[in-house]
Design a protein around this ligand. Sequence first.
Ligand code: NAD
Length: 527
Amino acid sequence: METTAGISPHAQGATSAPTATDDEQGRAGEARIGHWVAGRARPDAERYGPVHDPATGAVTGRVALASAADVDAAVAAARDAFPAWRATSVSRRVAILFAFHQLLVDHRDEIAAVVSAEHGKVLSDAAGEVARALECVEFACGIGQLLKGGYTEQASSGVDVHEVKQALGVVACITPFNFPAMVPLWMIPNAIACGNTVVLKPSERDPSASLVVARLLQEAGVPDGVVNVVQGDRVAVERLLEHPDVEAVSFVGSTPVARHVYETGTRHGKRVQALGGAKNHMVVLPDADVDVAADAAVSAAYGSAGERCMAVSVLVAVGAVADSLVEAIRERVARLVVGPGSDPASQMGPLITAEHRDRVAARVGTAAEEGATLVVDGREAPDGAGDLGEGFFLHPTLVDHVRPEHTVYREEIFGPVLSVVRAESYDEAVGLVNDNPYGNGAAIFTRDGGAARAFEVDARAGMIGVNVPIPVPVGYYSFGGWKSSLFGDLHVYGPESVQFYTRTKVVTTRWPDPSTAGVDLGFPRTR
Ligand code: NAD
């Protein structure tokens, strides 16, 4: 099959031969990015949306936007595949996951290129996304240990009790643009290892990585229909949320949509985990090493252009450290290289769309109007920066003297903007973390073990870093925030997702001696 520049041959739910001529249907040379249902690419649709190369602003493809009927077809494929997949032995499922792990390793660079071409992040960062996804597959390869239930011999006289964990059925996975390979792989490995079948609805902004994943799963031996992909927008999401054959929904995205997904999905009787947005604070105490803290703040604030749910967006400088820390960050920001993700010299790429870039830039303007100090204003290219053409770029921005009432503090900006809030004391700093409506990650930088331990105990957030700015848990723990960063009870990947993707059944067994049997209308007792 033909390929389009930067798009993997594995992403061949994408074909490069559009038949229609009008703008919405796509022009010659633009990839057609379709669905993947029952093991086959389905490129045709009634509606399409544009996919851009954010580094140039050019439209590189048209993604199918599923109708309710398209979603129904994918759910039907997953429902039909469920009985046989659930009956497939645990050891066979694990063998397939091992093969998939190897394929991911073999295709790591190719996946990174697909991610970078549509998301815009630099290639090394995209490769890091694949590396973290591999951890989740590794965990799922140990599912045999995790699916063991408990057993109690002689719970009552001659009565034994055991517990089994059974698959749910069809699981819908709805994912955001910022990790188009990793977030689907936070969900799919454990969901299918537990015996479920999946309908993935990736972001319509960078849809091709999902098709690479689907093809590699097929190549690894996952039977057709066990993992399906429907491309689309809110039309597809709404249908998944109300579909009677969808048992559970794993969602990752912004807080307003996460709240809606949780409320709508649970109203339709589904089990839902919906991870939302973030406003991650990094607290720097006066005793911290300024260079270490500045390196960490710059890496965590501007990596992936700040489009990470675990990006540091607020730096809380406690006491006298503030001036030297802001200066150390300013120096480092001035040296950052912004450019296309495909250029090995680039450290930071563009934002996902022109609209999002403009929205982030507007918040920078509002910050200045509301009284904060623009130490580095990324709306202007620094001296010596090359011409970045029509790409969706915004240079790194550093805002000092931000206060909690400022718009740039209250909203999730999701761009290369670091806000510095100055606090007098540890108590004031931890108060900021705890009063914030989001509670994904929070970090503290200090050389004082007692202060670090107090922060670990006090901070109201799901993931804490001690001298670690982006404390994303390794794949054998679970990932999730508190407050408006998570709707639902269980975190994604790791042990909590095994709980999410299974139902518990408790079996009570007795093999009675007929000679002692008799009618007894009393409520069964254990003693
Ligand atoms: P988004 O909420 O716009 O989209 C997420 C998914 O929901 C996409 O598949 C999208 O098609 C769908 N969607 C969008 N609007 C919808 C609507 N009105 N109704 C139904 N479905 C809709 O998020 P995004 O812009 O793709 O991703 C960025 C956001 O995701 C940020 O807020 C970021 O913090 C968050 N995020 C959170 C985590 C986490 O683990 N907590 C991880 C990654 C990203």
